[in-house]
Ligand binder design. Structure first.
Ligand code: GLP
Length: 242
């Protein structure tokens, strides 16, 4: 794993946004794995800015998002479909039909998982996956568990995640379930970039990098992957030994 501690989230946004732009400049039909949450927003802004300046085009890019809430209409203001439109897709020249999501309202979660697996496989697999990390070490919505998960599945969200994300839900209660890509599916990406900022992530970051590898902290699985870059601000890196 390559670990970079940069001065603040703006610097991380520039570095990661530029990294993704360089990737797409080299491979215009790249397959990007994308994440929601506050952590990737500055990187999305950077990508949008460079697209607007004509430095990079996402016209041939395909994207697959990590997760989506269950029992929430796709066009609800707090859905991850809406989040991606607001934070990235409306600002770049990516055709809407090139964006892939799990359907949190699918009747058959197993069929939906298989559909997503095949869609990613047919696109050639994810070239580069962007990740955040939850305060409890979750990636996507892979919450602490007894086993690492493989393919996409429907998961019950934990109290820690509900506490962290319910601040965004002001009209209805936050959904209690989500569909997420499994840890195994995330690890199939050829390259992974994880962003963690702020002191609330310091414990999760320490366990991810220095703790016991265990599904109790799903992010520890990333240590098995040969090409991971972790971008931290000083607060998120504060508990690391070195
Ligand atoms: C959310 C998402 C994750 C995200 C994480 C951290 O619940 N499902 O993909 O990485 O929690 O979010 P944030 O970046 O807002 O701290």
């Amino acid at each position: 794993m390559n670990i970079f501690v940069l001065e603040d989230e703006a610097a991380i946004g520039r570095a990661v946004g530029d990294l993704f732009c360089r990737f797409v400049q080299k491979k215009p039909a790249a397959v990007l794995g994308l994440a929601t949450g506050a952590s990737p927003v500055p990187a999305y802004r950077r990508m949008a800015e460079r697209c607007r300046n004509g430095e990079v085009s996402f016209r041939r890019v395909r994207t697959f998002n990590l997760d989506e809430y269950c029992d929430l209409p796709e066009d609800h203001k707090n859905s991850y479909h809406t989040f991606m439109r607001q934070e990235l897709f409306s600002w770049v020249d990516l055709p809407p039909e090139n964006t892939g999501f799990l359907n949190g309202n699918a009747e058959d979660e197993f069929a939906e998982s298989e559909r997503y697996r095949l869609a990613i496989e047919k696109a050639g697999g994810i070239d580069i996956q962007l990740l955040g990390i939850g305060r409890n070490g979750h990636i996507g919505f892979n919450e602490p568990a007894e086993n690492f998960t493989a393919e996409s599945y429907k998961t019950a969200l934990t109290g820690s995640t509900i506490a962290a994300n319910s601040i965004y839900f002001d009209d209805i209660p936050m959904p209690r379930y989500a569909m997420t890509m499994g840890v195994g599916a995330i690890l199939r990406a050829r390259q992974i970039v994880l962003i963690a900022t702020g002191g609330a992530k310091a414990d999760a970051v320490k366990i991810m990098l220095e703790g016991e590898m265990s599904p109790r902290c799903p992010a520890t699985a990333l240590r098995q992957h040969p090409d991971v870059q972790v971008y931290l601000d000083p607060q998120a890196a504060a508990l690391l030994r070195k």
